[in-house]
Design a protein. Structure first.
Length: 243
């Protein structure tokens, strides 16, 4: 889990916590054919960064929900962390990360975006962290864009394309507005536009790598999944947005 860094002294247990990891992942959504957007057929040896970015946009524009397993690896500040669980996305702008394994209190850790607030809690925490969705600035956000209509080319500048193992590709760029925090965001994607991984390099040298497996497009995920109820007796603290 990535460092909360929300302005609360109670969240020192993880670094770099959730807030420093959610501002880029909700990239697209709609139907098999998106009106007004058509991909120009491209020979495999002539594939460009723009072509593949459009394929990613179109792939996720088809969806109204998504379920996938994730693995999250973090390296930075002299520490490493490896955690895994299930990611759930639903249009519009709903997201939930359920951690099932990892170091310390990872099992049971949860991040929920309900459209209005982002909620952060791990078993044993003395507080539930809450932040208005409009103030959310976290490296995990690239996943949030997958349920919107944001285009990759409008989010990443200096976009480049490179081959990756297994016939996949790497789309890399610098997230706009994140120059002081993120040096590079790299998406590992299939030729059809499905995201297999996200690598985030921060300017302080920290690195977070997400990999995704078992993607279930348009999975049945009830709205109630994205409602968070604080555990009995655990106070809710309105956290400060990251600087």
């Amino acid at each position: 889990m990535i460092d909360l860094n929300l302005g609360s002294k109670s969240s020192k247990a993880t670094r770099p916590g959730i807030i420093r990891l959610v501002s880029l992942l909700l990239f697209a959504f709609c139907a098999n054919v998106v009106v007004g957007q058509q991909l120009t057929p491209t020979a495999p040896n002539a594939l460009t960064a723009t072509d593949l970015a459009k394929r990613v946009d179109l792939h996720y524009n088809q969806l109204h929900s998504l379920r996938a397993s994730f693995n999250e690896q973090y390296e930075g500040l002299g520490m490493t962390r490896n955690e895994s669980g299930t990611m759930l996305l639903r249009k519009p702008g709903r997201m939930k990360w359920e951690y099932q394994s990892g170091q310390g209190n990872a099992s049971g850790k949860v991040f929920v975006l309900d459209g209005k607030y982002a909620w952060f809690y791990a078993p044993g925490d003395t507080q539930v962290q809450r932040l208005a969705a409009s103030q959310l600035d976290d490296l995990r956000s690239p996943l949030r864009f997958l349920l919107g209509h944001t285009k990759i080319e409008s989010e990443l500048q200096s976009l480049t394309l490179a081959p990756a193992p297994g016939g996949s590709y790497t789309l890399s760029g610098q997230p706009k507005g994140q120059q002081k925090r993120i040096s590079t965001l790299a998406l590992t994607v299939t030729k059809d536009g499905a995201i297999l991984g996200i690598l985030i390099d921060e300017v302080d040298g920290a690195r977070t790598h997400f990999t995704f497996t078992g993607e279930e497009p348009n999975a049945e995920i009830p709205e109630s999944t994205f409602h968070f109820t604080p555990p009995p007796g655990v106070p809710v603290v309105d956290a400060l947005p990251p600087v």
